[in-house]
Design a protein around this ligand. Structure first.
Ligand code: HAM
Length: 426
């Protein structure tokens, strides 16, 4: 093999073949869920203003501090390859006047996102996310429904033993006192926490709770809990969310230290994963979301109470493989046309067009001449109905139709073949 000069850039990967079938499966499953819950699909541009993410995701978050792919246009605008989907969907909602539609507006997306992270298991610089967002409604029942939709999506994909980790981080008001309490707790621990935590404590103290360092986690297990600082409205909202979850019921676990790494969240935050799953621990969380009622405030526009989640497609696919969940390609529906000789090729080319008009899928290897090779391919695709046009059939205007399961075959006039196939594959 010749050594190739160019390779995919660090942290990015090609998707094709069997892998692409898994991506298709994930997308189709999300589409079905979206249809059921009446979410409209939205595609926002890959490039957005840098400022959109600085203001919404937050200046002191990992995404904004270290992970954005930023580029300067010839007109000197600073644009970024979108690192996440919530802020772009929120921008699109406002920009396209969706506030005048009946609320909540329910939107979903599937597409590539970009974060300049250190590549490791489950961490890519280009990755795919599926996201669901409900904009324009503050009701706690929507928090519960968002969680249920996420739970159903994972369950439809074959993950049966998932658990929702949930917390409330309150609103700006409740967090003022909580920040003070957390800072005062950390004051006595300055020598023991890692350098990242020291920095976070100064810039945005809630981020400290995100630290994955085992020593810091041990110290933080004794930290004050945000739930004890919720104002009456936030407390009541969270109580209702949990009551709705009990009603469904979706298994959940209260995690008083879950804050998530993006600044736009308020009140409910959640992640869905597995209990005691070393695979997931290695790969990272597969799905997370929450409420972001004040994202509009940080963008200095209208306040639009909203809630949503997104799921990392690479991580889900990695877990589907590890947990051996239905990663086999789907059986192909349709027929296979085998042809031998130039005249047969011409007839086959025309026949494929007739099947296309009749909306019947055709598989073939039309550039090949060997009958054996073509039959092997039909076998591999597990196709039951094979049409064979040999030299004799090409001259007689006939075609052999073979049932690959029983081995039975018969000869049919070419002009009747579409009708005959329709009868059989029904
Ligand atoms: P996030 O937690 O940053 O949330 O990302 C959501 C999911 O994207 C993660 O759980 C993970 O599966 C996947 N993910 C993140 N970074 C990477 C990476 N570098 N490589 C592979 N997969 C990755 C958000 O993005 C929010 N917008 C979620 C949301 C929607 N909140 C409300 N609505």
């Amino acid at each position: 093999m010749t050594k190739i000069k160019y390779q995919t850039v660090t942290g990015m990967h090609d998707v094709f073949g069997r892998e692409q079938l898994l991506y298709d499966k994930v997308e189709e499953t999300a589409q079905k869920i979206a249809d059921f819950y009446a979410f409209q699909r939205i595609n926002t541009p890959i490039l957005e203003d840098q400022d959109l993410f600085i203001r919404s995701v937050g200046e002191s978050t990992d995404i904004v501090e270290k992970e954005m792919f930023t580029l300067k246009t010839k007109g000197k605008d600073l644009l970024v390859l979108r690192p996440e989907g919530t802020a772009p969907v929120f921008r699109a909602y406002l920009e396209n006047g969706m506030q005048s539609l009946p609320q909540p507006v329910k939107l979903w997306y599937y597409g590539p996102f970009f974060r300049y992270e250190r590549p490791q298991a489950g961490r890519y610089r280009q990755f795919w996310q599926i996201g669901f967002e409900m904009l324009g409604d503050a009701s706690p029942v929507l928090d519960a429904q968002t969680i249920l939709i996420a739970y159903n999506l994972l369950s439809e994909l074959g993950f049966k033993k998932t658990i929702v980790n949930i917390n409330s981080i309150g609103c700006e008001e409740c967090r003022k006192d909580y920040r003070k309490a957390l800072l005062s707790f950390l004051r006595g621990k300055k020598e023991s926490i890692c350098s990242d935590c020291k920095r976070r404590a100064e810039k945005n103290v809630l981020r400290v709770l995100d630290c994955k360092n085992p020593k810091c986690q041990q110290i933080l297990s004794e930290a004050p809990q945000v739930l004890d600082y919720l104002c009456p409205d936030c407390k009541n909202h969270f109580k209702q969310v949990l009551e709705f979850l009990e009603e469904i019921p979706v298994p959940y676990k209260l995690n008083p230290f879950l804050v998530r790494g993006l600044d736009y969240y308020c009140r409910t935050v959640f992640e869905i994963g597995f209990e005691d799953s070393p695979e997931e621990e290695a790969i990272g969380s597969i799905l997370g979301g929450g409420r972001y009622d004040f994202l509009g405030k940080s963008l200095k526009t209208d306040i639009v109470p909203s809630v949503g989640f997104s799921m990392g497609v690479e991580r889900v696919i990695a877990l589907m493989k590890l947990k051996d969940i239905d990663s086999k390609p789907k059986k192909k529906e349709g027929i296979f046309i085998v042809q031998v000789g130039d005249l047969a090729k011409r007839k086959a080319l025309k026949m494929i067009q007739d099947f296309r008009t009749a909306k019947i899928n055709v598989f073939e290897a039309i550039s090949k001449n060997s009958m054996k090779l073509q039959l092997t391919k039909a076998n591999k695709l597990a196709i039951n109905t094979v049409l064979i046009i040999g030299q004799q059939e090409a001259l007689n205007n006939t075609v052999i139709i073979k049932d690959m399961i029983t081995g039975n075959q018969s000869t049919v006039k070419q002009e009747n073949i579409v009708k005959e196939v329709k009868k059989r594959i029904k």
